[in-house]
Design a protein around this ligand. Structure first.
Ligand SMILES: [Fe+2]
Length: 153
């Protein structure tokens, strides 16, 4: 494994750790049950955080797809090409899912806040997909760089 691959792998891992912290915050925040009076300010706060998260995640996906491990990994270990392709598609699905949630939240107000549990559930589902996604990436990086015999160095 080259130094470059090693530092890239550890950068990705660091970003995964940072994202896990942000995800924890979002999970905590979405559990709150604002009253009608609190709803607008809660929503504004939550959306601010949520949009920051979307932005961080987009940058993370860009790094993985363009500068990061995906291209390098396929070049080293072409037999993982299909899985890398699936992971890349999943980035798109996750981003679309989060975008739809932001739109749904934006459209809500204190009169339509009965829809909040459904939005909460959608957030949990997308975060669960994201969690499994990053675990899969981590496994793949481990496999391709540290375990595969005959590839890497
Ligand atoms: Fe990732």
């Amino acid at each position: 494994m080259t130094d470059q691959s090693k530092s890239m792998a550890s950068r990705i891992e660091q970003e995964h750790a940072d994202l896990r912290e942000v995800i924890k915050e979002i999970e905590k925040e979405i559990q709150k049950d604002p009253s009608k009076e609190e709803f607008t300010s809660w929503k504004l706060d939550f959306m601010r955080r949520f949009r920051d998260f979307q932005n961080e995640l987009t940058k993370h996906f860009d790094l993985e797809e363009e500068g990061g491990f995906m291209e390098d990994l396929v070049a080293r270990a072409p037999h993982h090409a299909r899985q890398v392709d699936e992971l890349e598609h999943e980035h798109e699905d996750i981003a679309v899912g989060l975008g739809a949630i932001a739109d749904a939240l934006k459209g809500m107000n204190e009169h339509t806040m009965s829809g909040l549990p459904a939005v909460r559930q959608r957030i949990r589902e997308v975060l669960e997909v994201l969690h499994r996604h990053e675990e899969a990436e981590r496994d793949l990086i481990q496999k391709a760089y540290f375990q595969d015999i005959g590839v890497g160095d």
